[in-house]
Write a protein that binds this ligand. Structure first.
Ligand code: NAI
Length: 334
């Protein structure tokens, strides 16, 4: 039987997920939607021939819905994820699980109290074919242990960005995917400010470099440059004892013209990670239908926010901050 999904938050990414599930993926359909902006929600429902609900909670409780996707603004993730846990339904929540680590912790507690793992967080980089290749090569042990990671996260521009957002909205993706790549937690965080670009708006400090160390001593640098003005560029080099591994980019035709060689790169994340989103949702649908969660868990969402909070403190105080995690509960050990 097809999985019947209810989606709350019919904004930009919510609509792109409806589109991908109902037109490209298999085994599920988004059959219902909700949003505080009722008029807009109705127009989305009409476009896709699905049912609009007056409230997200009502939709989540409905017998017409088997599983839930939460794509509202960050501060409202918690209420809908909690409602889905109460209803005993699988729930996919876009990143971050919640803006505050305490709210993530409450979700973890609610899920454990329900005695069934239901929550997956939208850290889609774990599904990007390039990062998966990197992970397979690291795990093969062929090149020895990873020692250093040099990473960059560059956006063409970022209207409205403030100094706190590179860690909390952009590099949160590196925080999750690098922890997954290396299979270990972080120990310290530091954020430094290089010279600021003239293209930064207002008080924004851009670029920024976040340094992380892991429990085993791997040293990571992540550059965030949100106004790089040439395109969207994600880099990750893993330097191992006997080899260096570079994140591949999606292939693009190289053109020779006007005395030049040009290989276009992506303009933004929606283009760069399109395969990752498709794979992420197909695997989530398959897992829900088979009765399990195997993607990034509520615990991963919680650890991500604890790390981001430490990195934010490091940035604001311009010091190196130690990161303390609680022991992962048995419940989340695979
Ligand atoms: P958006 O602003 O386009 O859409 C948000 C929607 O939530 C709006 O339609 C708004 O009316 C609705 N909303 C706000 N409060 C609500 C409430 N209390 N109840 C129900 N609906 C409510 O934002 P966008 O870009 O679609 O982002 C949504 C979420 O997706 C955010 O959490 C964001 O962090 C995440 N996201 C994740 C990405 C990724 O790389 N995985 C990329 C882009 C967004």
């Amino acid at each position: 039987e097809e999985l019947r999904i209810g989606l709350v938050g019919t904004g930009a990414i919510g609509r792109s997920h409806i589109e991908r599930i109902n037109t490209r993926l298999q085994g599920a359909k988004v059959v219902a939607c909700a949003d505080v902006n009722m008029d807009f929600c109705r127009s989305v429902a009409e476009k896709y021939g699905i049912q609009a609900y007056d409230s997200g909670e009502e939709m989540i409780a409905s017998d017409a819905v088997d599983a839930v996707i939460v794509t509202t603004l960050d501060p409202f993730h918690e209420q809908y994820v909690t409602a889905a846990i109460k209803a005993g339904k699988y729930v996919f929540c876009e990143k971050p699980l919640a803006p505050e680590a305490d709210a993530c912790r409450r979700i973890v507690e609610a899920e454990m109290a329900g005695k069934k793992q239901l929550v997956q967080v939208g850290f889609m980089r774990r599904y990007d074919p390039g990062y998966r290749q990197l992970k397979a090569l690291i795990d093969s042990g062929k090149y020895g242990l990873p020692l250093m990671l040099h990473c960059a996260h560059r956006n063409y521009d970022a209207p409205g960005f403030t100094t706190s957002m590179p860690v909390e909205n952009s590099m949160i993706h590196e925080i999750d995917v690098l922890r997954w790549l290396l299979g270990e937690n972080y120990k310290t965080a530091e954020v430094v400010f290089p010279k600021t670009t003239r293209n930064a708006e207002g008080e924004l400090r851009d670029p920024q470099i976040m340094y992380l160390t892991t429990e085993s001593g791997v040293r990571i640098d992540v550059e965030s440059f949100v106004n790089c003005r040439y395109g969207y560029d994600i880099k990750c080099e893993v330097v191992c004892e006997e080899g260096s591994l570079n994140l591949p980019e999606p292939a693009n035709t190289m053109v020779r013209s006007n005395d030049s060689r040009i290989t276009p790169i992506c303009h933004d994340w929606s283009e760069r990670f399109i395969d990752a989103y498709n794979i992420e949702f197909q695997e989530w649908i398959n897992a829900c239908r088979e009765g399990r969660v195997d993607g990034p868990s509520a615990w991963d969402g919680y650890v991500g926010q604890v790390t981001a909070k430490a990195a934010s403190k490091a940035r604001d105080t311009q010091t190196v901050v130690n990161i303390e995690y609680e022991e992962m509960p048995e419940f989340y050990k695979k």
